[in-house]
Design a protein around this ligand. Sequence first.
Ligand code: M6R
Length: 622
Amino acid sequence: MCGIVGYTGRDQAAPILLDGLSRLEYRGYDSAGLAVRDGSAPAEVVKALGKLYHLADKTDQGRALPGTCGIGHTRWATHGDPSMVNAHPHVSGNCSGSGSGPVESDVVGVHNGIIENFTELKEKLLRHGYTFYSDTDTEVAVKLVDYYYKKYKIGPVDAITRTMVRVRGSYALALMFRDYPDEIFVARKDSPLVIGTSEGASFLASDVPAILKFTRQVYYIGNLQVGRIRPGEVLFYDLNGDEVQLPLTEITWDTAAAEKDGYEHFMLKEIHEQPRAVRDTLNSLIRDGAVDLSATGLTDDILRGIRQIDIAACGSAWHVSVAAQYVIEDLAGVPVRVELASEYRYRRIPSSPDTLVIVISQSGETADSLAALRVAKERGALTLAVVNVIGSTIAREADHTLYTLAGPEIAVATTKAYSAQLIAMDALAVRLALVRGAITEEKSGELIAALQAIPDQISRVLEEKQRLQWFSSKIANTHDIFFIGRGLDYAISLEGSLKMKEISYIHSEAYAAGELKHGTISLIEQNTLVIGVLTQSSLFEKTLSNMLECKSRGAYLMGLTTNGNFSVEDSVNFTVYVPKTDEHFIASLAIVPLQLLGYYTSVNRGLDVDKPRNLAKSVTVE
Ligand code: M6R
């Protein structure tokens, strides 16, 4: 949940590191820091609290920190509060309160992940005379490397592998050793790390966009592997210290996809990219008028043999799973169980090879989702990853992978990746239904035509954004919002509510409309905003009744429904219409006004839309 970068080459490292960190700030922004060394001189460390621009100001955009080899970090606090002393880089020796200045230590490092047994390791190191200046697990890891390095008088690679054997948890570690100028050593377990090379220079980062400006040639270092990074040359080792060969991969997508492109915020840009993201994802799954999953390796025979589908995911990806549950069960008649990945991993759900476990994840690195995938594989299930980030850990470890083609998503609040996941799951449902004989070829063709119309329909919904902007200015000071719906409308409500609360900080909850009367309705007061999602014909009247029950207790109502299908204007205070489509696929359209509502409410409240407090884009801790 932090971002790490590194550079060694001929150019000045600090500006390159700051540039890389600016593309990783979505991973955390509690503090940031750099360690840079100039030839054989000791590394110089500079840290700053808060967002990256403080560090950039402090180092005169990196110019005040000379040297051609360095590492950097942007932090999302896990162990220890966001403070200067807890900010990375951490060192193997002692450190002043601010932690900035030349480092008289043998090892300096940055870390993304969590060392779970850091207390036990800290006690061991205390017994061996080490002292600690911070509350972080990272300082413990750096000092443990230093301990093995000195005790056994072994080189950095062996000191790191010994540390890896002792450490439990997850890490992407980048370390510089005083005795090895111009070199950076890395280690990885369950946290993302990519290493790039070019002529005379090498780079490392938690995510590809951080180095894409400098190179397209990357290595994805494996779990429990170590890397030795020199200018223009990288060597990899396994846990025994034996050298391993990794394939060099060429990144084919563009950096422009990770720029704001004239929009005020990444979130607004990404909301507007949804027609493209949905179209690209769909096009990759449709051939000659039929859904074609051959790129995933899921054959029709495999699909026919599935008896049970379990879907595990977190946050918005879990909301996609809830929507997919309704669609798959209704179209294909396969039982679907949806689980939060953080719960799934600790449950003893029986699985067999005819259970398909689907893990949905934008980043492909979410720790709970990755753990759920591994647990599913251990239990003998067949696994499918629906992932956006190419080459991510979940994508690589699943038996089958379906890539969504949303492109890089920067705003913490997901929009286009959510929409790409939805359409991918809809396409999967159509194929499942066809091969299992639940629908005819003709019906499959109709459903695919409906899916193909969705990108243009999303564009039409986006044209209505000014109404949402106006309405959000009316509700910007609301304290509580309830999103309600039944069936698929409940799944849409879950995501609408998350979009609102995560960036506007307004308390909001989603309820299956029929559940309100079992307790929650007591929270409805004069002017409490209740947003009802009413897109499903068979459930429309029931949800409307639930909304009216709220109105009679003082609620202010917004209704979200489909054009020309249902009339709610007489019953509610504000109505939003989206175009009609097959009702199974309506989430792709109905979510867009709710994304816009969350976005504009956050803007109206003067908040940091793209980087909401306490959050990070990629949650690589448990
Ligand atoms: O990368 P993932 O899709 O696995 O992330 C899962 C959640 O952390 C994510 O969907 C989160 O809820 C969104 N950023 C919310 O907008």
